[in-house]
Design a protein. Structure first.
Length: 292
């Protein structure tokens, strides 16, 4: 087993370009969503909580505190290296006796018996799955009667669709022909279905699939926002950051698509946009909870 994979690599360095500052900013931003998901889950002392697609344990570690000394958290992920990161964090908290680690995908939780979990939580998991209905069916199966599902999913069908002349919300229309070259290379080199998967659902689809899985009561809230992108002075960090585990970094796209002169022009335009906070960034996330 290698010590890393695309998922763990992105979690460890890819989403923050190796920058401690960006990592802290990301964790602060994600903490707000974590708390919303866990608050809506209604975790009680003694509950058994399943964190699907646990990553490095954002939700599961928070659930450990809420489930208390008599509770238990099951960390499930397809990445064994990511589970190793969770194990280390749990051990550091002296809570290994209250945690279980299962290598499993959201669409196959057969390692868990039916009706053995009180709460299922997840964040940005269905986003990467083609058969989302099967995943929601599995969530329903492992929950006990009266159990709760609480999740948060980005809605890329609104915020993630291609917008010519924009890169992560930064306005680089002054070099749009170079931005289009990056886009074309990304599309050519990616799996043909990547964008379709990432952008293939919205909040109404989530509600419909959750109901089809057998959940009797469902509540969903979608937050949508438009704002200028953040002002940044760390171009090199940005170039080494990827928006998700399946995507290349901007630097990798530039290397494949642009010559040296074009790369210099593009970096200058992007750097100006970042320092000015020039552009428009979209944000959309649905938080959903349901009862079995």
């Amino acid at each position: 087993m290698p010590d890393t994979d695309v998922w763990a690599t992105w979690l460890r360095t890819g989403r923050d370009g190796g920058s401690a500052r960006m990592r802290a900013e990301n964790l602060d931003r994600l903490a707000k969503l974590r708390d919303r998901i866990l608050d809506r889950a209604g975790i009680r002392p003694g509950d058994t909580v399943l964190d699907v697609g646990a990553g490095q344990g954002l939700l599961g570690l928070g659930a450990l505190d809420r489930a208390g000394e008599q509770g238990r958290v099951i960390f499930a992920d397809i990445s064994e290296p990511a589970l190793d990161d969770c194990r280390a964090e749990v051990a550091g908290r002296g809570a290994s006796n209250r945690a279980t680690f299962v290598r499993a995908s959201a669409t196959d939780l057969s390692a868990l018996a039916s009706e053995t979990v009180d709460v299922v939580v997840e964040r940005a998991v269905l986003l990467f799955i083609e058969d989302r209905q099967r995943a929601l069916d599995e969530y329903h199966r492992v929950l006990r009667p009266g159990g709760r599902l609480s999740l948060g999913e980005p809605i890329n069908s609104w915020m993630g669709r291609d917008r010519p002349g924009y890169l992560w919300g930064y306005d680089v229309t002054e070099v749009i022909e170079l931005e289009r070259k990056l886009h074309d290379v990304d599309r050519a080199e990616s799996t043909t279905s990547r964008e379709d998967v990432l952008c293939g659902f919205d909040d109404r689809d989530l509600v419909a699939m959750t109901r089809a899985a057998g959940f009797l009561r469902i509540e969903a809230q979608t937050d949508m926002a438009l704002a200028p992108p953040p002002v940044r002075d760390d171009l090199d960090v940005f170039l080494d950051t990827a928006p998700n585990p399946l995507a290349p970094t901007t630097r990798a796209l530039m290397s494949a698509a642009l010559n040296d002169d074009e790369s210099d022009r593009f970096k200058r335009a992007l750097d100006r946009a970042m320092r000015d906070g020039h552009g428009e960034r979209r944000h959309a996330v649905t938080v959903l909870r349901a009862w079995r």
